[in-house]
Design a binder for this molecule. Structure first.
Ligand SMILES: Nc1ncnc2c1ncn2[C@@H]1O[C@H](COP(=O)(O)OP(=O)(O)OP(=O)(O)O)[C@@H](O)[C@H]1O
Ligand SMILES: [Mg+2]
Length: 236
């Protein structure tokens, strides 16, 4: 596959072309979850992916985040083709360029809220002495969690964990923010706060792709919406 027109400066923040991903089924067969998915998210753009449960939205985000490899197709991150990279190179690129909010948070339960946010610096390979506590506290402030910086992450409510996970994703400004149901565990007021936060990060130029069941995201201004169904992604 060629990179025609994908000069570093003119590149999309994220581009997928013909991405396929399947898993071994319990009966010895194979479940084809992604069946030729293509998508182009421009820099500064906010994309929303909806679709029924089990349609492959998380699978798609995991492939886009370079956590999983596609069986076929290509993923370009900021113009860089990634299928030919080693696992180590992919991990480095992911650590540097992608902020990821997991559907199930993936916080370290025995560490404090602040330590969890600071872990983002480690994933990105930032030297220990440069892991800025001030930046971590500011990120927690933005998600309304500054007051709980010292609390053990494992005792937080789901909504609080969600907000810490978001702080961890944005503490080092990424090239691309991928979020899997970032408001799925929040009440209406907190969900609105998080949507406003994503809106202002987007207005600051951050490209982001949000997977959600909530129609509220689709109503945000300037959003591009896709629907995942039957292994394919369709622009709405
Ligand atoms: N590692 C895996 N091994 C086997 N099957 C998997 C694996 N990961 C995902 N699947 C299957 O792929 C399908 C899509 O799962 P996925 O988690 O991507 O759906 P989703 O659209 O995110 O659903 P939800 O809205 O409920 O979060 C499901 O049928 C799931 O069981
Ligand atoms: Mg999911």
């Amino acid at each position: 596959m060629t990179d025609v027109g994908e000069t570093r400066n003119g590149a999309a923040a994220l581009r997928l072309e013909g991405v396929c991903k399947g898993f071994a089924g319990g009966d010895g067969g194979r479940i084809q979850v992604l069946d030729g998915v293509s998508l182009r998210l421009e820099r500064g753009e906010l994309g929303v992916i909806t679709g029924p449960s089990g349609s492959g939205k998380s699978t798609l985000l995991n492939v886009a985040a370079l956590m999983d490899r596609a069986d076929a197709g290509e993923v370009w991150l900021d113009g860089k083709a990634t299928s030919g990279l080693s696992d180590r190179e992919r991990a480095r690129l992911r650590g540097r360029e992608i902020g990821f909010v997991f559907q199930r948070f993936h916080l370290l339960p025995r560490r404090s809220v602040l330590e969890n946010v600071l872990f983002r610096f480690r994933y990105a390979g930032v030297p220990k002495e440069m892991r800025a506590e001030a930046a971590a506290r500011e990120a927690l402030e933005r998600v309304g969690m500054a007051g709980l910086a010292g609390r053990t992450a494992g005792v937080l409510s789901a909504g609080e964990m969600q907000r810490v996970a978001i702080a961890r994703a944005i503490v080092l400004p990424p090239t691309l923010l991928l979020a899997d149901e970032p408001t799925g565990n929040l009440d209406a007021r907190n969900a609105e706060g998080i949507m406003n936060l994503f809106g202002s990060l987007n207005a600051e130029g951050l490209a982001m792709l949000v997977v959600t069941h909530s129609a509220a995201w689709e109503r945000m201004g300037g959003v591009r919406v896709w629907r995942m169904e039957g292994g394919a992604l369709r622009a709405q």
